[in-house]
Design a protein around this ligand. Structure first.
Ligand code: PBG
Length: 398
């Protein structure tokens, strides 16, 4: 059976029908907001390449967190920029270090209203800017995997002691998840979760972050530990090892250039929650185009977040988290359409994700030919996939 009996456009003919059959949902509960804390900052320091993102001083970081919380995002991923760096990144596990103090501040000010996650790595803390212990021979150097592991365990425990709920190892050292699980358990933190940066690529999209976190390597690059962008199947090996080592949540990073990887990891590990990190470069790219008026940033950022959800991510780490949450909360979700809130009625608080009932159907239905622009196939879905009505959870698919 085909055209003219089958007309896919019928299901797109009103906002209400589009909302009814939408395959993917997106709410603020899916979003995690990164926060930068700078030990020697006196006031918020703007990050040049990431307009709208700041490095917050201790003592003020909870104010930023509260602002984000008010937008509806209650998960934070904390990154520290220490005042002192050394060869072994000892500020990373100092109980009085910048992240540890920031976490205590957030815990004190927010109580249990927020889930606090921390990045477990050394690159912001080492003079050489690498994610582990650097061993040097004559004319050569390498990041010493096994020498790094105990440090990772120490860093994670120090974060847990400060009150972190979730630790997120991002160093891409082999065995880091198992090491951290053992260290946490031995220290009594059996309930602290590990969100593993399982599949982390050596990506140019981290550029703006390295400015924000002052973590660019002083020599060499990260290609001996982060993954090669040409590889996808290898992601399954990384994810599998992290599962075996005790990861609670897997992660793919970056997100947008690796949607295929998100999909295969979700398909291979449907029983594990999957996070995707939409990294600094993804943010900067959209912000730059938005500032120039080259694209509709609000619409584009939601489209990107939907694409990451559609690919299979359960949670998304994004610098757009507060802005996206506001759009969703105010019913300014371009895909649900502002015109679905009629008669000047505000959407119910937090209710913009629920299908609205009642109300007139005021959506003009294009008729006849010559309307191709409004009704053009969105392009993201090829025909003939045989999808019927599916559960909204992308991970539940095929
Ligand atoms: C630390 C770390 C990085 C990011 C998160 N954790 C940088 C890197 O690996 O160079 C990047 C985040 C972003 O770009 O938003 N290892």
């Amino acid at each position: 059976m085909g055209f003219p009996t089958v007309r896919p456009r019928r299901l797109r003919s009103s906002q209400r029908l589009r909302d009814m059959v939408a395959e993917t949902d997106l709410g603020p509960e899916r979003l995690i907001a990164p926060i930068f804390v700078q030990e020697d900052a006196r006031e918020p320091v703007p990050v040049d390449a990431m307009p709208g993102v700041h490095r917050w001083p201790l003592g003020a970081v909870h104010e930023e967190a509260k602002r984000i919380l008010e937008e509806g995002v209650d998960k934070f991923l904390v990154f520290g920029i220490p005042a002192r760096k050394d060869e072994v990144g000892s500020e990373a596990y100092n109980p009085q270090g910048v992240v540890q103090r920031a976490v205590r501040e957030l815990r004190r000010e927010l109580g249990d209203r927020a889930t606090i996650m921390t990045d477990v790595c050394m690159c912001q803390y080492t003079t050489h800017g690498h994610c582990g212990i650097v061993a040097r021979g004559p004319g050569s150097w390498y990041v010493d995997n096994d020498a790094t592991l105990p440090y990772m365990g120490k860093i994670a425990v120090s974060h847990a002691e400060a009150g972190a709920d979730v630790v997120a190892p991002s160093s891409m050292m082999d065995g880091v998840v198992g090491q951290i699980r053992r260290s946490l358990d031995e220290a009594g933190f059996t309930n602290v979760l590990i969100m593993a940066y399982s599949v982390k690529y050596a990506s140019s999209f981290y550029g703006p972050f390295r400015e924000a976190a002052e973590s660019a390597p002083a020599f060499g690059d990260r290609r001996t530990y982060q993954m090669d962008p040409r590889n996808a199947a290898e992601a399954l090996k990384e994810a599998e090892l992290d599962v075996e080592e005790g990861a609670d949540i897997l992660m793919v990073k970056p997100a947008l250039p690796y949607l295929d990887v998100i999909r295969i990891v979700k398909d291979a590990f449907p029983h594990y929650p999957l996070a995707a990190y939409s990294v600094s470069g993804e943010y900067s790219m959209l912000r730059a185009a938005g500032e120039r008026g080259w694209l509709d940033e609000d619409r584009a950022l939601l489209e990107v977040l939907y694409s990451i959800r559609r690919a299979g991510a359960d949670a998304i780490i994004t610098y757009y988290a507060p802005r996206a949450a506001r759009l969703l909360r105010e019913g300014r979700n371009a895909f649900r359409g502002p015109r679905s809130h009629r008669g000047g009625q505000a959407p119910p608080p937090g209710g913009s994700q629920q299908p609205r009932e009642g109300g007139r159907e005021a959506e003009p239905v294009p008729r006849g030919g010559g309307q191709g622009r409004q009704a053009r196939h969105p392009g993201g879905r090829a025909g003939g996939l045989g999808h019927g009505l599916r559960a909204p959870h992308p991970g539940a698919r095929g």
